[in-house]
Ligand binder design. Structure first.
Ligand SMILES: Cc1cc2nc3c(=O)[nH]c(=O)nc-3n(C[C@H](O)[C@H](O)[C@H](O)COP(=O)(O)O)c2cc1C
Length: 352
């Protein structure tokens, strides 16, 4: 399967514009999502279940490999992803207002380096439409893996009013989320990263926690865990501040990391936007290791995980789950299954 993807499918795909290919892939996955018996058969075959599910922030995960935010921005294909082996899916980033994002071209691939630069700026259908889509999906009730919802700020909302924007999305989507990831680290939305700073993050996350408590009290619903997604470009001091907020407010954990604004020396990468994929692994791993050394809060590691060794290094650093995006594009549709399987055997071998 990998051979077919690498030698036949990928060369054809990679000759096209990245977003055209993305839309084609989404169409294909929507078809798979819609054919329940095929989906169920593929899930049976591809969804590797660890001997013991991972439990983190009150949610159970059948395996440790998730799809990172950005691939399924509009909740169109999440239900097909367990059939490819993913043990959780994070949709979004979803914003209060629907928005077109930055002008195209805004995704650039570098296959030799297995790197991607994106300058998307949260194109999405908006929280209301996405909530409606999720409410109509019967798969909501039968889903096999946790669904994370990544929320961000709309471009037209001033940074001072960010909390209201996030709370709107929270209120629309809370019924469907096993957890929320609060994205304060995308480099493609002006000023968004300011929300990572101590006072701003505390205010934002307190407001979200209050909204969650209000919903729990008013409607008798269970509270939803919040994770904060951070950039790999923060200093250790800034990471300390994030950890303090996460601990003080009793948040679910941290997703580390988003894309980086820095570039390797002498690289020819697009200079706008955020870099993902293989070249950011060391940086992301360093951030994950630092966080795990300084808190017991769960960490989902993401950034440049392109093989089993790298995934294992993230777990050795203390992560409880990992997510992938770029390697899904470069290695093919069943890469999550492969990773989950090899990690399963790796952990099995340890215990035997
Ligand atoms: C094209 C593209 C779009 C992305 N969009 C989002 C997004 O909307 N929200 C988000 O939190 N992260 C987004 N990301 C970042 C990924 O979720 C992930 O954090 C990052 O790519 C590092 O993982 P990777 O090296 O496995 O790709 C995007 C990444 C790419 C490549």
């Amino acid at each position: 399967m990998d051979f077919i993807y690498e030698k036949l499918v990928r060369p054809v795909f990679f000759r096209q514009d990245p977003e055209t290919v993305h839309h084609l892939a989404v169409k294909g996955l929507q078809c798979l999502g819609a054919i329940a018996p095929l989906r169920a058969a593929m899930e049976k075959f591809n969804l590797v279940r660890d001997e013991k599910p991972t439990e983190a922030f009150g949610v159970k995960f059948p395996n440790k490999i998730g799809l990172a935010a950005g691939f399924d921005k509009d909740a169109l294909v999440w239900r097909a992803m367990p059939a490819l082996g993913f043990g959780h899916v994070e949709i979004g980033t979803v914003t209060c207002h629907d928005q077109a994002g930055n002008p195209k071209p805004r995704i650039f691939r570098y296959p030799k380096d297995e790197a991607i630069v994106n300058f998307c700026g949260f194109p999405n259908d908006g929280a209301e439409t996405i909530a409606e889509r999720l409410s109509k999906s019967r798969a909501q009730k039968t889903k096999k893996v946790p669904l994370g919802i990544n929320i961000g700020k709309s471009k037209i909302t001033p940074i001072e009013d960010a909390a209201q924007d996030y709370i709107f999305s929270y209120n629309k989507l809370a019924d469907f989320a096993d957890y929320f990831t609060v994205n304060v680290s995308c480099p493609n939305l002006p000023e968004l990263r300011k929300l990572q700073s101590k006072g701003d993050l505390e205010r934002l996350m307190s407001a979200l926690k209050d909204a969650d408590a209000e919903r729990a009290e008013k409607f008798g619903k269970a509270k939803v865990p919040f994770l904060v997604k951070i950039a790999p470009d923060l200093t250790f001091r800034e990471i300390d501040d994030v950890i303090e907020t996460v601990e003080n407010l009793g948040l679910g954990g941290i997703v580390a990391t988003n894309t980086t604004t820095s570039r390797p020396e002498k690289s020819a990468y697009e200079t706008r936007g955020g870099l993902s994929g293989s070249p950011i692994f060391d940086k992301s791993r360093e951030v994950v290791a630092y966080i795990c050394k300084n808190t017991k809060k769960p960490v989902i590691a993401v950034g440049g995980i392109s093989d089993t060794e790298r995934a294992a290094k993230m777990f050795d650093a203390g992560a409880c789950l990992v997510q992938i995006y770029s390697s899904f594009i470069f290695k093919g549709p069943f890469f999550a299954k492969e990773l989950a399987k090899s990690l399963y055997w790796r952990s099995g071998a340890k215990w035997l």
